[in-house]
Design a protein around this ligand. Structure first.
Ligand code: T46
Length: 286
């Protein structure tokens, strides 16, 4: 459907008695459920929601009646009507949700991967309006931990991402050796990109030598694409490069990834030679 939410068909067993729908791990449920709640008896004309979550993942199923959901992140908004008990909507973190037009008989069941936590709510829409979801400090950078490493392995299997960054073929044994070597290396640094503490990508500097370094970075979670996170990643990497005494940053971007090229131009990179479907870009750090 979009990066904002994913509509799923819930496997349903029907016979002469009626129907039974199932959401389970190994089936359509992508997370372990730690909480279930349901919204019902909504008064006419009442809308609900008007918030986003920092970390929570949810599966919403309108088991009775109907509801219109409006989901927004960055510049993108989608509307979806839930009115069938055999259809669900998966919503992840960083997505503003509003629920409108709940019918009198609406029962909206929500399965969530975390317990109720008020601190997980973002209640001001402007915090999600633009760059990296907007709120100062919503994007942070941290150690590339074992958890990040595991997540990166699944992110890098996403064909859309692989196409955009020309990712190399992943050989698990090599990957493990690479991860284990990180703490020793002085020519290669990688950090995790977090959205409100949840890992969403990676950024780094590699081939560090003679005052030069190569920038690399990717956002593994698709719903953060096109939301200004890339700009924050570049600013962070530049700051780190300066701290390391680097005076020239280089990067290689695939020729068809024009969105990234526009960002790098904005950040002061100059376009250099193109070869093998990749464009070299360079920036002198003053
Ligand atoms: C969401 C949408 C789809 C609890 O004490 N425990 C809970 O698990 C929940 C969900 C709520 N509450 C309390 C907090 C409030 O005092 O119940 C009250 C109503 O909650 P809220 O105003 O947040 O309800 P909605 O319909 O605006 O939003 C709810 C969920 O909170 C939210 O996670 O994504 O449904």
């Amino acid at each position: 459907m979009s990066n904002l939410g994913q509509l799923i068909e819930i496997p349903t067993h029907g016979d002469e008695r009626g129907s039974l729908s199932v959401a389970e791990i190994g089936g359509v449920l992508p997370f372990v459920v730690r909480r279930a709640y349901w919204i019902h008896g909504t008064k006419p004309g009442v809308s609900r929601g008007f918030h986003a979550h920092r970390k929570l993942n949810q599966l919403c199923v309108c088991v009775s009646g109907s509801v219109r959901l409006v989901l927004t992140a960055g510049q993108e908004t989608v509307e979806v009507v839930l009115n069938r008990p055999d259809r669900g909507l998966l919503i992840g973190p960083g997505v503003w949700r509003e629920m409108h037009d709940l019918s009198a008989d609406c029962v909206l069941l929500v399965l969530a991967d975390g317990e109720y936590d008020e601190a997980d709510y973002v209640r001001k829409k402007h915090e999600l309006a633009c760059a990296g979801s907007g709120a100062a400090g919503s994007i942070t950078f941290g150690v590339f931990s074992e958890e990040s490493f595991k997540m990166s392995q699944s992110w890098l299997q996403n064909e859309k991402l692989r196409h955009l960054i020309d990712a190399p073929v992943i050989i698990p044994e090599k990957q493990k050796a690479w991860f284990e070597s990180l703490s020793e290396r002085r020519d290669y640094f990688i950090w995790t990109v977090h959205f409100y503490g949840a890992p969403i990508g990676a950024v780094g500097l590699k081939n560090i030598a003679d005052g030069k370094a190569e920038y690399f970075g990717y956002i593994g979670e698709e719903r953060y694409w096109g939301r200004g996170v890339g700009g924050e990643m570049m600013e962070f990497a530049e700051k780190k490069a300066r701290e390391l005494g680097i005076n020239t940053l280089e990067l290689f971007v695939v020729a068809h990834n024009t969105r990234a090229q526009v960002l790098y131009l904005k950040k002061g990179f100059k376009i250099g030679a193109a070869s093998d479907g990749r464009v070299k870009m360079t920036k002198k750090l003053l």
